[in-house]
Write a protein that binds this ligand. Structure first.
Ligand code: ADP
Ligand code: MG
Ligand code: MG
Length: 208
């Protein structure tokens, strides 16, 4: 996919994330402070405006995702603004100069993005955060990097959703959910669901 095709995919993804606000809000109401859906909606609505601006220009795939990450970081707020902003900014920077988004390039974005998210927030797999979805996605991206993107993305998205599902069994280490202790068990981490949704919508766009 070239930059224009990547932009069309992310515009679709942003629109779907905006539509997912009620689901994400409901999840954060159970386990957090209830603002996760609104934060994601605000961030991806800003990305929609950004990408629809006729003046928007990206030099390459890396620059494209870096700009999207900066927009998320500056518009969302909350822990997830910094975390999802970091994922796309750092992931984008690591693929600077790439003119084509393929499985190999996506693999680099996810793995280097995960690294940066860890440096920023210190969450490891098992801590009940979006990292549980991201780490699973990044690992599957490594296994599928020689497959066409259209085939790799559904597998990556499924791994992320399985990773999100696994957070139900975990005790939280960060945020308000931490105060719930064992009462957080049985409830999914909202950020991990957002992570899985982003990848699922990217996959849906390619496979619709
Ligand atoms: P806040 O917690 O500030 O209200 P949100 O509700 O928007 O922010 O986002 C909460 C989500 O952010 C969590 O569900 C979790 O997935 C993610 N998150 C929180 N802290 C971290 C962290 N240190 N590393 C990675 N993800 C985190
Ligand atoms: Mg919250
Ligand atoms: Mg909050």
């Amino acid at each position: 996919m070239n930059v224009a095709q990547t932009k069309a995919m992310m515009l679709y993804t942003a629109e779907k994330m905006v539509e997912s606000e009620p689901t994400l809000t409901a999840l954060d109401q159970v386990i957090g402070d209830g603002d996760h859906g609104i934060g994601m909606q605000r961030g991806f609505a800003a990305v929609m405006v950004q990408l629809q601006d006729p003046a928007f220009h990206a030099n390459d795939i890396g620059d494209f995702f870096t700009q999207v990450g900066t927009k998320l970081m500056t518009s969302m707020g909350g822990a997830s603004g910094a975390i999802f902003g970091t994922l796309f900014r750092a992931g984008g920077k690591s693929i600077t100069g790439e003119m084509t988004l393929n499985s190999n390039v996506l693999c680099k974005l996810l793995n280097d993005g995960w690294q940066a998210v860890y440096l920023r927030g210190n969450a490891k797999p098992g801590d009940k955060t979006m990292v549980d979805a991201l780490a699973a996605a990044a690992e599957t991206a490594q296994k599928t990097q020689d497959e066409p993107l259209k085939q790799a993305l559904p597998q990556i998205a499924k791994a992320a959703m399985d990773g999100a599902e696994q957070t139900k069994q975990m005790i939280a280490v960060f945020g308000r959910a931490k105060n719930l202790g064992e009462r957080a068990i049985g409830h999914v981490d909202p950020g991990s669901v957002s992570m899985a949704y982003i990848l699922q919508y990217m996959s849906d766009y390619l496979n619709q």
